[in-house]
Design a protein around this ligand. Structure first.
Ligand SMILES: [Zn+2]
Length: 451
């Protein structure tokens, strides 16, 4: 490994220059800007390293270009599937950036630019690990396959169907995802799963236009009240979700998962202070980590109606909208939960509202005693020279379930982004040290998996 790590040190500046080429290419899936161009740029980059790329159109109106890549060694016994995504979030608000989002720059040891950490810089680390091993050793000790998603930032709408139709192409022993931030303590993380999510929009209508609240108020129904009444049916006084059957399929943490959670560094007092909080949501006997990893949520993400500007405006609004997300845990099924949500709407007589499901991800969990997990731990130790924090299930969502449950490949997540990477926000950045340690970790993982 020392020779490989030496190669990484000697070539790091060039690696960063090459990453800059990728970061200069916008690939904003939300408005379909540059995603196709980015896929073409990427296949060129992969070919140069020795990874055989293929653009696989996913079908439908937009026909998104999923990138498959492989580098096979006929003597290798194991195959690693690497998941990454090459689309990025919109960069707005532009004025909040210290440097333009698609003109990457370095300062204070960090690479700034949209996609630097989420996710171009992180999967690029895997590319450079492959290059380093090939240059030093001539071949990889395992087979590596890539699945680079063009639509992760918009909920990967085509991925489940595509995976169902292409199972054998992605066959592997193990999958790796590097996305998101490391632990706030500065230590790396190894995560065994993630929560799912379902996003819904609820709209209520009143009159066909806004009206004077005095000249018309009283006889005219207000759609904002309608939504408030609806919201009040969704939650019990103890804070639990009142949708019938919502908690039916939940699997509580195993003793090993509980033990893992108890070892996650977490300073409750400091945390409360940082976010200006006095207390957490009930129930009090369920820990912060368990609420975050093993309990579902029903969140009001947005509520808009009437006038919210300065001063007063006595208006009777004609429409009101709610945006809600539900974070789901194993084994809740987003389609089943949406059905239960709709049953609730009907049962309580709110059929006049307009409900749409925007997108969803399934929850996913790989067993914490999976026999390959210690190999990941050892690779992280070598790459970061630190002990990873082990996370039974991350609170956020990503399409891990497509790989875990559809392709049937156990997937583990090892984020290479610094904890303050500002993903989805202005001044997104990737610490150069994290990028380098990520390349080291991936290279070490190849050899751990080959054992
Ligand atoms: Zn993202």
């Amino acid at each position: 490994m020392e020779k490989i790590f030496g190669y990484i040190d000697q070539n790091l500046n060039r690696f960063i220059d090459e990453l800059f080429v990728l970061l200069r290419q916008p690939s904003i899936s939300a408005r379909w800007e540059g995603v196709v161009e980015c896929s073409q740029l990427l296949t060129g980059i992969m070919e140069k390293i020795g990874i055989k790329p293929r653009i696989l159109p996913m079908g439908g109106e937009r026909n998104p270009p999923l990138i498959y890549g492989e580098i096979l060694n006929p003597e290798a016994k194991r195959t690693l599937l690497i998941y990454g995504h090459f689309d990025v979030q919109p960069p707005e608000p532009l004025e909040a950036w210290d440097s333009p989002p698609f003109q990457p720059t370095i300062h204070d040891g960090r690479i700034y630019g949209r996609g630097s950490a989420d996710n171009k810089g992180q999967f690029f680390a895997h590319f450079k690990a492959i290059e380093s091993v090939l240059k030093v050793k001539g071949k990889l000790p395992i087979n590596v396959k890539f699945l680079l998603d063009p639509e992760e930032e918009v909920g990967s709408p085509s991925l489940n169907g595509f995976c169902r139709g292409n199972k054998s192409l992605f066959a592997a022993d193990m999958a790796l995802n590097s996305d998101g931030p490391m632990d706030t303590s500065g230590r790396p993380r190894l995560s065994f799963g993630n929560r799912g999510v379902i996003y819904v929009e609820v709209k209520a209508r009143g009159a066909n236009q806004d009206l004077h609240s005095g000249n018309f108020g009283g006889p005219i129904p207000n759609p904002a009240w309608r939504l408030v009444e609806f919201l009040s049916t969704l939650r019990k006084p103890d804070g639990t979700v009142a949708i019938e059957g919502f908690y039916d399929n939940i699997v509580p943490p195993t003793p090993q998962e509980r033990e893992m959670m108890s070892k996650i560094p977490f300073d409750e007092t400091k945390f409360m202070e940082k976010y200006g909080l006095k207390k957490f949501t009930p129930p009090e006997d369920v820990s912060y980590m368990e609420k975050l990893m093993f309990r579902p949520t029903l969140n009001i993400a947005g509520f808009t109606s009437g006038y919210g500007g300065q001063g007063s405006k006595t208006v009777l609004p004609c429409k009101a909208m709610l945006k809600m997300d539900m974070r789901l845990v194993v084994n809740q099924d987003p389609e089943d939960i949406f059905q239960k949500f709709m049953n609730h709407v009907k049962k309580h007589g709110f059929e006049d509202m307009d409900v749409t499901m925007v997108h969803y991800y399934y929850p996913s969990r790989t067993s914490v005693d999976h026999p390959m997990a210690p190999k990941f731990v050892e690779a992280i130790r070598q790459g970061f020279q630190q002990e990873p924090v082990l996370i039974p299930a991350g609170g956020g969502s990503f399409p891990g379930a497509a790989i875990r449950n559809i392709l049937n490949v156990p997937i583990l997540s090892v984020p290479y982004g610094n904890h303050d990477e500002n993903n989805h926000a202005p001044n997104e950045n990737l610490a150069i040290d994290c990028f380098k340690n990520g390349i080291r970790t991936t290279a070490a993982l190849f050899y751990q998996l080959a054992k």
